[in-house]
Ligand binder design. Structure first.
Ligand code: SF4
Length: 719
């Protein structure tokens, strides 16, 4: 493997390693890569080297990051474009594949109109790719139909953040602050599995005398670390937050000065909370009143405190309101807009933060600008050199877009996403993808979605290309190329440049990442997510730069809201919300709750991590976690194959009997396709504000698998 020209920066103990970041989750752990060996496709020649100087993970990596070079191997990844001929995907030259893509979109748009072309992006794309993809949709295709899988990740937290604080940045403080706060309430996050190096911030918090409250229907490895674990029914986090606020008010813990000086809307929020008295909330959530009282003592009794949410409360059809209720708790106790206090979202995907800031979301232009605001449209249009009136308006959200494939949207470009596995009601989504006139997928491997495509474009990977991401703290960081990709593989920037050119736009789609980033800086300048002062050189020198950073003399903003919130009047806003049930509750036909989530050794749809032998050995397939009492009632033993049925589909996977889960709930990880696909079951009921589907709760029936299930699954138990 050759060193890339821009390889730079010594790592610990070596002058030859290139500093970069893990390709997976939003922690974006720093690492360095030392490359030796004969040529592209030789993962054995890529060594991960500790990069202890990077402050977020201080050298620590989980197994996913440590083994990430495995996916660089040529036996695992795509190394040539694929074009479907007579129903079969065959290898092709890039020119043939790109010509076919351009023709496919042109044919559909000339027949059905511009909005018949759609784009489905990804929260793992670099800022440069996300930015250029949004520009491609609006300038080249002229379609409003662009959204991305990040909509399935943290969109409810983003919406709640904007409502309460006026701007959405996952964490308004660096992670190091978590270790020094007085009490952290972590709601619906199992970061011990999803981002293990971050667990040390919670253990340090406890070592420093602080307390940790974990809210989760499962006793996860994170919950095991807690001072107090609250185990509510799936879908009742909103009621729990209201119940805690009720106790805060009733017990005299409201910070009246803070509420008066820095917030608005408390009266309505207080009235809503008072209607959720503790005994009522216990009946809704299953959390005993004494445990609620203990949580309030810990949180309200601490001088500083934080609430951190993740997918648990967010992936609900009331996710925005749920997060808002937890923010209310912070505001009422004066634990926001002050040092070592506040609300934060533990973003999931690698560039879940940056990916939502720069234009691949249906309603946004770069820099968090609004696609409906005339001034915002004019600013971005000027940077792009186009007429503002030529820019389309807002399009459909992710699930809404997938739901109209084959009817209102007839051609789709998927970049860095695998909705066949990761979308809710996945069998329906798969049918919709199959019904398209034309599907093109750009990815590093032949994912389940790529298998359906008319054209597959093999894209370069994290270690092979330079670009920025923005981690969960709002820290803009730089992945630097350490090696060149195999012959036959190209960057997504090249793909967009070539497609734009074939579709008649011969300017404005550079292939050099730093050139794209400089344009992104200009497009974001003056917006909420202002990157104007961030340069590649600064990122290298400063271990990342926090936005907003409006000019090169600006130090960046690690901590938001200390003086004022980002609302027009500078005050944070309480929300007036009340409990309501999940869109689908258990009944006689479907008597159990299903909740879905992740495991330590796999990432997202598993497209990459399922191809890593060590990770597969650790976590080889899906399972159905259920309580021993439920297993007894069903008459099933650990490892026995179960069929789980919802109103949307059926999934088959082995039983994993565990006391970690509630008796009325089963859990399935969602990293696998095929017969054990958890998302065959999940409910696409959408949050009305964020358009987040309700991945975290639906009603199911569980039974022993039958002969047909066994045949479909191809296994008799957990392997
Ligand atoms: Fe990569 Fe996340 Fe693991 Fe860090 S915690 S090594 S970023 S997957």
């Amino acid at each position: 493997m050759k060193h890339a020209a821009e390889a730079a920066g010594p790592a610990t103990g070596t002058a030859a390693a290139t500093e970069t970041h893990c390709p997976y989750c939003a922690l974006q752990c720093g690492m360095a890569l030392r490359v030796s060996g004969p040529g592209a496709g030789d993962a054995a020649g890529v060594e991960v080297v500790e990069r202890a100087s990077f402050p977020v993970n201080r050298g620590a990596l989980c197994g996913k990051g440590r083994t990430a070079p495995e996916v660089l191997r040529t036996g695992v990844r795509l190394t040539a474009p694929l074009v479907r001929t007579d129903g079969v995907l065959r290898e092709a030259e890039w020119s043939e594949a790109l010509d076919r893509v351009a023709r496919g979109f042109a044919t559909v748009q000339s027949t059905y109109g511009r909005d018949a072309a759609g784009i489905f992006g990804g929260g793992g794309l670099t800022n440069e790719k996300a930015y250029l993809l949004g520009k491609f949709a609006r300038v080249v295709l002229g379609t409003s139909n662009i959204d991305y899988n990040g909509r399935f990740c943290m969109s409810s937290a983003a919406a709640a953040h904007r409502k309460a604080f006026g701007v959405d940045r996952g964490l308004p403080f660096p992670l190091e602050d978590v270790a020094r706060t007085g009490c952290a309430i972590v709601v619906g996050s199992n970061l011990a599995d999803t981002m293990p190096p971050a667990l040390r911030y919670l253990t340090e918090l406890k070592e420093n005398g602080g307390s940790l409250v974990v809210v989760d229907p499962r006793r996860t490895r994170t919950a095991e670390q807690a001072t107090l674990h609250l185990q509510p029914l799936p879908g009742t986090d909103l009621a729990l937050a209201l119940g805690l606020l009720h106790l805060v008010i009733a017990d005299g813990h409201v910070d009246e000065d803070f509420v008066a000086e820095r917030t608005t809307g408390f009266a309505a929020a207080r009235a809503a909370a008072m209607a959720h008295w503790p005994e009522r909330v216990e009946r809704i959530t299953g959390v005993p009143v004494p445990e609620m009282r203990r949580a309030v003592e810990l949180f309200a009794g601490a001088a500083t405190g934080m609430v951190l949410t993740a997918r648990g409360p967010e992936q609900q059809s009331k996710g925005t309101d749920t997060v808002g209720a937890w923010i209310n708790l912070c505001l009422a106790t004066g634990k926001a807009g002050r040092p070592l206090s506040g609300y934060g979202c533990l973003t999931g995907q690698g560039n879940g933060q940056g990916g939502r800031e720069h234009g691949q979301k249906a309603d946004q232009l770069p820099g968090y600008r609004s696609i409906t605001d005339p001034a915002d449209r004019a600013h971005v249009a000027a940077v792009w050199g186009v007429d503002p009136d030529s820019l389309p308006g807002p399009g459909r959200s992710a699930y809404e877009l997938l739901d109209v494939l084959g009817s209102e949207v007839r051609a789709l470009l998927v970049m860095g996403s695998n909705p066949v596995v990761s979308a809710p009601r996945a069998a329906h989504v798969t049918d919709r993808l199959r019904s398209l006139d034309f599907l093109v997928v750009s990815d590093v491997v032949l994912s389940e979605t790529a298998e359906l495509a008319d054209v597959v474009l093999p894209s370069a990977q994290w270690a092979e290309e330079t670009g920025t991401t923005t981690n969960l703290e709002g820290r803009v960081i730089l992945r630097q190329a350490a090696l060149t990709p195999p012959r036959g593989v190209r960057s997504d920037l090249f793909t967009l440049h070539e497609l734009a050119s074939r579709m008649g736009v011969t300017f404005g789609f550079p292939t050099d990442a730093e050139t794209v980033f400089d344009e992104l800086r200009a497009a974001s300048s003056g917006g909420q997510a202002d990157y104007a002062g961030i340069t590649y050189d600064r990122i290298r020198r400063e271990d990342g730069v926090f936005w907003p950073c409006p000019d090169e003399a600006h130090p960046g903003t690690p901590r938001l809201f200390l003086d004022r919130f980002a609302t027009p009047d500078g005050r944070a806003r309480f929300v007036d919300v009340s409990h309501r049930p999940a869109a689908e509750e258990p009944d006689a036909d479907y008597p159990l709750y299903l909740t879905t989530g992740r495991v330590l050794a796999q990432y997202q749809s598993g497209a990459q991590t399922r191809r890593v032998a060590e990770l597969n050995a650790a976590e080889p397939g899906p399972f159905v976690e259920l309580h021993p009492q439920l297993a007894d009632r069903l008459g099933v033993a650990d490892g026995e194959l179960l069929a789980v049925t919802s109103r949307r589909g059926r999934a088959v996977a082995p039983a994993k009997v565990s006391t970690a889960i509630r008796r009325d709930t089963v859990f399935m990880p969602f990293h696998w396709g095929g017969a054990g696909r958890a998302n065959s079951l999940t409910n696409p009921a959408l949050d009305p504000t964020s358009k987040m589907p309700e991945f975290k709760v639906c009603a199911v029936r569980v039974e022993r698998a039958g002969a047909a299930d066994l045949a479909a699954n191809g296994t008799g138990g957990r392997s």
